[in-house]
Design a protein around this ligand. Structure first.
Ligand SMILES: NC(=O)c1ccc[n+]([C@@H]2O[C@H](COP(=O)([O-])OP(=O)(O)OC[C@H]3O[C@@H](n4cnc5c(N)ncnc54)[C@H](OP(=O)(O)O)[C@@H]3O)[C@@H](O)[C@H]2O)c1
Length: 270
């Protein structure tokens, strides 16, 4: 008797697939045999990319034009994800930055950035985990940033949204413990993409070549990290012990915060 079974990995939803890192994710996942759902606002671009993927990789590629800074856009992706049991991978990649001090950042930019980088990523992560846990299968990939590790001048909101992605995504690890569902946090450093122009960086000196990575190298490293079973992947971090030390130290700091007595330095009359 022959077993009918498919080696197809299923459907991958990639947000921000119209350019930069997301576009390369779509390409690499298609090369791995995934059918694609491409999400972003620029529908024409997505159509061209989908046609190219179908042609080069013999996979199905579908366009879902949505503004993920808006609840309706997020809801459309949630619906697509929740209504199809063959969705096995969500890459929460869409995000943007603005290189401005807070006082010079228009309110609508602040709201859109938090809406996309934080709210959409959170709601889509939830939809993915609900679906994946029900089938005990599936992978969630959230794209944060090295900019979320420490305050950096000129990106007060962006860096903080990525600090959220750092804590939030790792918080989900405990929710999938003991299941076959995987959650990977990807933390790129500086990557050459249109995102730099969107942020307003085109008006500045270009970043030194030695510190910027190509989108291809970034995504290939991120997928290699996924294949290795990593929970946190930093494509440009050569010395892994820095991340391990950081995790150990922040864990120790958090534990040390829980004490009922004020620290000695705060006692009146010292
Ligand atoms: N480039 C870097 O140096 C770097 C470093 C660390 C982390 N990252 C992160 O990597 C991710 C991808 O960035 P990138 O550098 O590839 O930037 P990018 O080339 O500007 O791509 C951003 C993608 O997000 C989509 N997007 C933007 N606003 C959206 C919205 N409201 N609704 C839906 N889609 C939206 C864009 O498509 P549409 O405009 O068509 O909607 C585009 O496809 C982001 O989360 C970014 O924070 C980038």
């Amino acid at each position: 008797m022959t077993h009918q079974h498919s080696d197809k990995p299923g459907v991958a939803i990639v947000t921000g697939a119209s350019s930069g890192i997301g576009r390369v994710y779509a390409d690499r996942l298609a090369a791995r045999g995934y059918d694609l759902v491409l999400v972003a606002r620029r529908e024409e671009r997505l159509r061209d990319i989908a046609a190219d993927l179908r042609q080069r990789h013999a996979v199905n590629a579908e366009v879902l034009a949505a503004d993920l800074s808006r609840p309706a856009g997020v809801a459309a992706v949630v619906e697509r994800l929740s209504g199809d049991a063959s969705v096995s991978l969500l890459v929460n990649n869409a995000g943007f930055s603005a290189l401005k001090p807070l006082t010079d950042t228009p309110d609508n930019v602040i709201l859109d950035m938090i809406g996309l980088n934080v709210t959409a990523l959170t709601v889509l992560s939830k939809a993915a985990l609900v679906a994946f846990k029900a089938r005990n299968a599936g992978t969630l990939v959230n794209v944060g940033s090295g900019a979320g590790f420490a305050p950096y001048p000129g990106i007060p909101v962006y860096g903080s949204t990525k600090a959220y992605v750092y804590l939030f995504t790792q918080s989900l690890q405990s929710e999938v413990e003991g299941t076959a569902v995987r959650v990977q946090l990807v933390l790129p450093g500086a990557v050459i993409s249109e995102g730099w122009d969107v942020a307003g960086g085109a008006a500045l000196e270009p970043l030194p070549e030695a510190i910027v990575m190509t989108t291809e190298d970034c995504v290939d490293a991120a997928l290699a990290g996924l294949d290795l079973g990593e929970r946190v992947t930093c494509p440009s971090l050569h010395d892994e012990t820095i991340l391990r030390d950081y995790e150990a130290l922040t864990g120790r700091l958090m534990q040390s915060m829980f004490d009922g007595k004020p620290a000695a330095r705060y006692k009146a009359g010292g």
